[in-house]
Design a protein around this ligand. Structure first.
Ligand code: FAD
Length: 435
């Protein structure tokens, strides 16, 4: 059986759902396909869903800040109320440590100033007053768990920090995808689950649709790859990888779920902490717990995954290393003997900046390479993909004359060439989850 759409989006994670919604809003007959049983059960379900602004590039900061406003008024953005509930933004604030690697946050402060984002610069003593349970000695740069220096301070004091009162997390990332699905459906978009794409069809030099594992053929002049950690597989199906200077790869990640330190100190000030000095980030989790992840210090080995459907999804030494690193900063942190949390996959690019772009195959687009830091940016990613697709289909040569998107809240103009597959590796990047 064959059915026609204007655009088919492969994937119903946060990126695919938002692409579908934004295209449906522009009148496209859309179909989101996912091989899983519902929206948001891929890598989005593993996300810590942190909403923070300290990216290493001005465009990164602007995109995250713009997205924040969508989460703040989620129901208004979607224009629907989901019958199973709405995902919720929880404001916690964010404490970011200055390090040599992040250039003592000078560039971040400049971007925040330009966007008029409030923050407080804290001297080391003020960090201690702010959260007395922190040991504010310097421990970095981070080393491997078996290094003789592991656990020993390297200086009397950290270099200070920024506190951003407007930062937080989304309480249920999977539910947020269902919310977008409902909004997309209200605009006429369709969703099909348990539907695995196995072939990209071409006709007369452009995308013509795709084939599913059960043999169904679906026709559409536009196909969007929003397949998360499977993105490189889909790009290979479309034969577009050779034309990409920046590529994507799946990367194993471990997030620790830990009891929060006991006592009023933490409960009163439960905040996100981004600590490049120990190489960890953490956020409060419901029920007096913490989620603790890695900021990818150079000493840690990267576990690249060839097949996202077949990899070792057990916790490893990395889980304990992260906990022991954080216990240097928070001596009162309970260290459980058994690993608990999430093992998931990033879809990382060579420079940890996403690819939101066309491909060399006309009609085949990609919203991929989200590198562990684009959940928060889903709504703006959807918008910029819709803008890009409309402009290119109307004849704009995006590779030579990049499409620009005016961000309505921050009033920043985003040059979408920033996300191009043809860019040189962006040396401004942190080359980590920070983006
Ligand atoms: C552990 C972890 C922590 C994170 N923490 C944060 C955070 O705190 N803040 C933040 O902003 N970001 C965070 N991220 C990153 C963020 O979660 C991702 O960038 C984002 O969720 C990616 O969404 P996606 O829609 O691209 O991918 P996915 O959610 O993976 O969706 C892709 C979908 O495509 C489907 N698919 C794949 N192949 C096929 C096929 N052949 N046919 C049909 N369907 C297919 C999959 O089933 C999947 O559902 C984190 C990621 C991880 C893994």
């Amino acid at each position: 059986m064959s059915k026609n759409y204007d655009a088919i989006i492969i994937g119903a994670g946060i990126i695919g759902c938002c692409c579908g919604y934004e295209l449906a809003k522009r009148g496209y007959r859309t179909l989101n396909l996912d091989k899983l049983h519902g929206a948001g059960y891929g890598s989005t379900a593993s996300s810590c869903a942190i909403v923070r602004f300290h990216y290493s590039t001005p465009d990164g900061v602007a995109m995250a800040r713009e997205s924040y406003f969508y989460w703040l008024d989620w129901a208004k953005y979607l224009g629907v109320v989901d019958e199973i509930g709405m995902a919720r933004y929880v404001n916690t604030g964010c404490l970011v440590f200055k390090t040599e690697k992040n250039h003592y946050l000078r560039k971040v402060m400049k971007s925040l100033d330009e966007l008029r984002v409030a923050y407080q610069e804290l001297e080391p003593a003020a960090v201690e007053d702010f959260l007395p349970l922190l040991d504010t000695r310097q421990f970095g740069p981070p080393v491997a768990h078996d290094h003789p220096r592991f656990g020993h301070p390297t200086g009397d004091s950290i270099m200070g920090a920024l506190y951003l009162p407007e930062s937080g997390f989304i309480n249920d990332p999977q539910l947020s995808c269902h919310n977008v699905q409902r909004a997309c459906e209200a605009r006429g978009g369709e969703f099909r689950f348990n539907a695995e794409v196995v072939e990209i069809l071409e006709h007369a030099g452009r995308t013509a649709g795709l084939r599913l594992a059960d043999g169904t053929t679906l026709e559409a002049p536009i196909v969007v790859n929003a397949a998360g950690p499977h993105s490189s597989q889909i790009n290979r199906l479309a034969g577009v990888e050779e034309g990409m200077r920046i590529k994507t790869r799946a990367l194993k990640r471990e997030v620790c779920h830990l009891p929060a330190p006991a006592g009023g100190d933490w409960e009163a000030r439960a905040t996100i902490i981004s600590d490049g000095d120990t190489g960890c980030y953490l956020r409060p989790e419901i029920g007096s717990h913490l989620l603790l992840g890695s900021e990818d210090p150079a000493c840690d080995e990267h576990h690249w995954v060839e097949d996202p459907d077949d990899y070792n999804s057990n916790f490893s030494q990395q889980w304990f290393t992260q906990v022991l690193r954080e216990a240097q900063r928070i001596p009162a942190l309970p260290v459980p003997s058994r690993a608990k949390g999430v093992v998931g996959l990033y879809d990382a690019t060579d420079d940890w900046i996403p690819l939101y772009d066309r491909s060399d195959l006309p009609g085949f687009y990609m919203a991929v390479g989200t590198s562990g830091n684009q959940y928060k940016n889903g709504p703006v990613a959807g918008k910029l993909m819709a803008e890009l697709i409309c402009a290119i289909e109307a004849g704009q040569d995006h590779d030579r004359d990049p499409v620009r998107l005016h961000l309505q809240y921050t009033r920043h103009d985003l040059d979408l060439g920033f996300f191009s597959r043809l860019r040189e590796i962006n040396t401004e990047s942190s080359f980590s989850v920070i983006g």
